[in-house]
Ligand binder design. Structure first.
Ligand code: BGC
Ligand code: NOJ
Length: 811
């Protein structure tokens, strides 16, 4: 069952009912100002950091589930309704929500009054614009009262929820004309503030929540809306809001339009403005001036659309498969951008207060984003590397606003350092910018500790080399990619958080997954050493990689698949000898992606075991059999009921690893099958089972052991986005950036025919036509570039050429 449809031409998903199984959301903003918005107008906004600079308030875990947003209420002859239907929940006669790239549109009508709302964040301004049009489609004149409503959050979202006794006395507002300023904290000389304004004169306003809603009332039917009268209240402490009242008359057929704006401003720190109790509004006025007519707003909207068109055009495929085209050209890339911006901080499942930017997460997100805005990827790499410790280990997360490592979470995840190599290698392949390796980057953000980025990579590499266990495999530390496999936390007390307790690294517990990673990214490091003239280092690195390869063959192979780990007692994890959790997906994917076992003929076996033991109709489960009881020696992973999350859920993130691994073996049919099963567009038809948004990936789909088999959770902020884009664009469609040029090496099902790809790479546009006879899965026979055959499948770059026409013959 579906709740909408894809409109590919408009690059939108059209939701046709407000009653989706869960809120289906979108993200607005691409630089500093961000908003989340659901298909019923729920959501919130923040500037740079969802924890420290939260502009509007949201209530997680509330009832109804999607509580609070930026709302417009219409009182049309006593009938109160909202364009997105919430919070009144009044059923409208028509309803449509279109989520597009960086904007959402709502169109609904009730009693012949039509409301069209367009919500977006301009590409270069710190504000959200809401264009609202009301049209009277009836035969008689309508006298309507329109109300706007936003509830301010008092900046620090953690304080706002935890130390609210203080917050209840600090809220301050100021009203000037139609602009309501929220200036809490301004008196502490934090020269920032926000405001909510509309480009028309208002009849009344409210800034005190209780005055607007009525004490003790919810926000479904505010007292002021029912009475058609705001009381011009000025909040002092308690709960500051911004609500406008606009009374209007609409003749039959008449339409009126308004531009509302929620803005965020910072005045320079040395601003001498000291007028007591009043804020310096210069910045706000300039911002308002930029967008205060429908023409100006629509111009900004056109620029936003153009921004996305240009960006996404950097990779575009035309094939015979609409799912592939839609995901590659629109939604997958879009989700990559969102994960790059948000990491795992703010979604409808991540509170925005607990987690900032992940070291591991952001490095991986970059793999799917680097082709879009390489300059921002570069900056991100430097930010991430700056939080690394001198021994190569790393803070697991850092705060986006301060860019400082997060002390509460700390370090000790032993896969973290290697992801930095993955990110930097991907960046240099995309851009050819070896100069990044010379950038001076500090350790732990401390001045005076700067060394060239290259040395950070060296530290990353040697962190693994110097942290090996009894089987010569990498020590796992607190956990590796699988946060919940806590092999050293057996001493933690019941009720303690798994990830913040226990010894950070025992001398014994080892990870075969990190071993696979080390072989894959260790080879990348070796190559980077060679290419930058570090010949001795390259040799040493090559030797360490070979030894690790051998250690995996000797101690990491279980007969039919790769082992997962050794626990703190040196007992096998993910082995046929185990009672539960006999096989895990992660090492199968990573070891084969690294090429381990290919020559020895065991890689195929590992992937066949995945197919046989972990496959379901909804995707591949992370492990089997599910853990049915708590295992002290394994930690959080066994705390989940069977079939959920890391305990045998279909953890989408590692499904593309298997698909990519299949392409390493040239098995296009199977690689595509794995891709297809969790692909949002392919499973749109089962939206009633899947339940999360059908246009993006979710972190997890409940596995076969769970009562909710097939039901997804935790949509949007997942490494699945980046990895599936790598899977689709590089492994399946086979367009890969290489150090010396673009490489073409598709691996697709036999039934897949010819296709074309346009790829922007290092300042040039590549127009690639791929002729793929049916029956073929992998293998390039010849390539012609601008009429000339080339050797091999890497397209040589010609100085000064910015257009390449490439014909590829597979077979
Ligand atoms: C989840 C993991 C997540 C971790 C992050 C765990 O509870 O299961 O998926 O990575 O929390 O803190
Ligand atoms: C989600 C986390 O963000 C990611 O870092 C981790 O690898 C996976 N969960 C698996 O535990």
């Amino acid at each position: 069952m579906k709740f909408g449809y894809f409109d590919d031409k408009a690059k939108e998903y059209v939701i046709t009912t407000p009653h989706t199984p869960l809120p289906w959301i979108n993200y607005l903003g691409s630089n500093d100002f961000f908003s989340l918005i659901s298909n019923t107008c729920g959501g919130y906004s923040f500037y740079k950091d969802a924890k420290l600079l939260r502009i509007t308030r949201y209530r997680y875990n509330n009832i109804p589930a999607d509580s609070n947003g930026k709302y417009y209420y219409i009182n049309d002859d006593g009938v109160i309704w909202n364009p997105g239907t919430m919070p009144s929940a009044t059923e409208t006669d028509t309803y449509e929500c279109r989520h597009g790239l960086g904007y959402s549109r709502f169109c609904s009508s009730k009693n012949n009054l039509k409301a069209e709302l367009l919500v977006f964040v301009p590409s270069d301004a710190s504000c959200e614009i809401n264009c609202l049009k009301l049209k009277n489609n009836s035969e008689t004149e309508k006298n309507i009262s329109l109300f706007s409503y936003v509830e301010f959050c008092l900046w620090n979202a953690v304080d706002d929820a935890s130390n609210f006794q203080r917050n209840l006395s600090i809220g301050e507002v100021e009203v000037q004309g139609s602009t309501i300023y929220h200036k809490t904290e301004y008196r502490e000389r934090r020269k920032h503030y926000s405001f909510f304004t509309v480009n028309t004169q208002v009849d009344n306003y409210d800034t005190n929540r209780d005055a607007f809603l009525g004490a003790g009332n919810g926000n479904a039917f505010p007292e002021a809306v029912c009475k058609k009268k705001c009381s011009n209240s000025i909040a002092s402490g308690w709960y500051p809001i911004a609500a406008h009242q606009i009374d209007l008359t609409l003749l039959p057929g008449e339409e009126k339009e308004f531009v509302f704006m929620l803005g965020y401003c910072e005045n320079p720190a040395d601003d001498k403005w000291e007028a007591p109790g009043i804020i310096n509004k210069t910045s706000a006025k300039a911002l308002i001036e930029r967008f205060n007519t429908m023409e100006k707003a629509m111009q900004a909207f056109a620029e936003l659309k153009n921004y996305w068109e240009t960006l996404l055009a950097r990779f575009a495929v035309v094939s015979e498969n609409e799912h592939i085209d839609r995901m590659a050209n629109i939604w997958n890339q879009y989700q990559c951008m969102v994960t790059f911006n948000m990491s795992r901080s703010a979604s409808y499942y991540e509170s925005g207060t607990g987690r900032g930017m992940g070291f591991r997460d952001s490095c991986q997100d970059l793999l799917g984003f680097v082709h879009l805005i390489p300059e921002r990827a570069r900056e991100r790499i430097i930010d991430i590397a700056s939080t690394q410790f001198p021994d190569g280990s790393a803070y697991h997360q850092y705060q986006p606003l301060t860019k400082q490592g997060n002390l509460d979470v700390g370090s000790g995840f032993n896969d973290d350092p290697l992801w930095l190599i993955a990110a930097v290698a991907a960046y240099i392949k995309e851009t050819g910018d070896y100069g990044i390796l010379d950038v001076q980057v500090p350790f732990d953000c401390k001045k005076g500790t700067e060394v060239p980025l290259f040395e950070h990579l060296e530290k990353s590499f040697y962190y693994t080399v110097t942290h090996l266990g009894p089987h010569k495999l990498p020590l796992i530390g607190r956990a590796d990619w699988n946060d919940c496999l806590n092999l050293n936390c057996f001493s933690s007390e019941p009720g303690e958080s798994f990830q913040t307790t226990g010894p950070s690294e025992g001398p014994v517990a080892e990870s075969v997954f990190i071993a696979g990673m080390f072989v894959k990214y260790g080879k990348e490091f070796e190559e980077l050493c060679e290419r930058t003239g570090h010949t001795e280092l390259a040799k040493e690195a090559g030797k360490a990689v070979d030894e690790m390869y051998q250690a995996v063959l000797d101690n990491g192979w279980d007969g039919e698949w790769f082992l997962r780990a050794y626990d703190a007692q040196s007992e096998k994890v993910g082995s046929k000898e185990c009672e539960e959790g006999k096989i895990f997906i992660e090492p199968q994917g990573f070891c084969v992606m690294a090429g381990i076992g290919k020559e020895e003929g065991i890689a195929e076996k590992a992937l066949d075991s995945v197919n046989e033991l972990l496959e379901t109709k909804y995707g591949i489960m992370i492990l089997q059999p599910a853990y049915t009881r708590y295992h002290l020696e394994l930690g959080e992973i066994t705390s989940y009921p069977p079939g959920y999350k890391e305990n045998a859920g279909i953890f989408c993130h590692n499904n593309p690893w298997i698909s990519i691994a299949e392409t390493v073996l040239g098995r296009g049919n199977r690689a595509f099958e794995v891709y297809r099963k969790i692909c949002p567009s392919y499973i749109e038809e089962i939206s009633d089972i899947h339940r999360t948004e059908p246009y993006v990936y979710s972190q997890m789909i409940a596995g076969a052991d769970a009562p909710g088999f097939g039901e997804a959770k935790n949509s949007w902020l997942t490494g699945t986005a980046a990895w599936t884009f790598v899977n689709l664009s590089q492994a399946l469609l086979g367009i890969l950036p290489g150090y010396d040029g673009l490489i073409v090496d598709p691996c697709l099902p036999e039934t897949f025919g010819d296709f074309k790809v346009n790829r922007h790479f290092r300042g040039a546009d590549y127009h690639i036509e791929i002729h793929k006879p049916k029956g073929v899965q992998k293998g390039v026979r010849w390539i012609e570039v601008d009429g000339e055959r080339i050797n091999g499948n890497q397209i040589p770059m010609v100085n000064g050429r910015n257009e390449y026409h490439v014909i590829v013959q597979m077979g």
